[in-house]
Design a protein around this ligand. Sequence first.
Ligand SMILES: Nc1ncnc2c1ncn2[C@@H]1O[C@H](COP(=O)(O)OP(=O)(O)OP(=O)(O)O)[C@@H](O)[C@H]1O
Ligand SMILES: [Mg+2]
Length: 324
Amino acid sequence: MSLLDVRGLSVGIAGKEELLLRDVTLSLQPGEIQGVVGESGSGKTMASLALLGLLPPSVELRGGTAAIGGRTVLDASRRGVTRQVGDLTMVFQNPRGALNPTMKVGHQVRRVLTKVRGKSKGEATTETVALLRRVGIPGAERVAGSYPHQLSGGMCQRVVIAMALAYRPRVLIADEPTTGLDVTVQAQIFDLLRELVEETNCGVLFITHDLGAVAEMCDRVSVLYAGQLMETGTTIETFEQPRHPYTRFLLESLSPQESSRLTSTEEAGVDFSLPGCRFAHRCAHAFERCSDFPQLFQAGPQHLYSCFLGEEEDDVAAQRSQLA
Ligand SMILES: Nc1ncnc2c1ncn2[C@@H]1O[C@H](COP(=O)(O)OP(=O)(O)OP(=O)(O)O)[C@@H](O)[C@H]1O
Ligand SMILES: [Mg+2]
């Protein structure tokens, strides 16, 4: 059984037909770090917010379910399904925005320890300083008494990660946790994520634009484009034998240095109201079938991709086996 099992997740803008996420399927195993990649606007953050039950007011859940450890935590057809404390937490793209500006950062970490983990105040105070040290904050005691605006972005992100460590979630979503941080700090934060997984056997969805980091960190990778899951598989299989034209495009066009050059899905002119494959208008292989929404085809036991070329490949495989 998967630790996290997301099926058919769809969200749309209230009052409009457009779907920002369409029929997204994801699964995550305990102890797994899974990369989630795709250019800006592909729905990586939106999918995470949907799982957390934190969609913006103008955005609504249209379909799908999610379960953590077999227990339903999200069901578009039922209201009132909730997560349990400790199921899921997220390290946000903008760490300063994720911290309460009016509260000292040490107090924010301590609150997680007392409220979520049931620690006494004394235990929580000691553990807060230990956690801040652990995420590489020099002068942890002094920093604990600082407000977020007194700290750099990198320091704030370390505090947020200390909070995630304090939380000990079963599933952690790390949304571009190292954007804007220098390379040394990035490396430390990657190490921390790995340690967290080793220690607690949690699963991590690691959202990033950095395919090099995915190759280094992730067991599996899922590729999103314009709210559609394009491909998911082991990192090695997906990077060495990408099956979806979009994955190939992403791998060919993207080095970390170049990622800022990529257009966003809006700039690429994706029409979120069209029923077919979201990549069709940019795809060199597009054909008539692509005006329908492609199902997921299986390229291997763990390797799925959403493209009608799969149908053709299946036909060829079937013909070959008939000839054999
Ligand atoms: N509050 C909102 N209301 C309506 N649409 C939104 C809102 N926030 C984001 N969107 C749209 O939802 C889509 C997915 O956005 P999302 O922020 O999830 O992309 P992303 O993959 O996280 O991009 P990035 O890599 O830039 O962080 C985009 O088309 C975006 O314009
Ligand atoms: Mg985002």
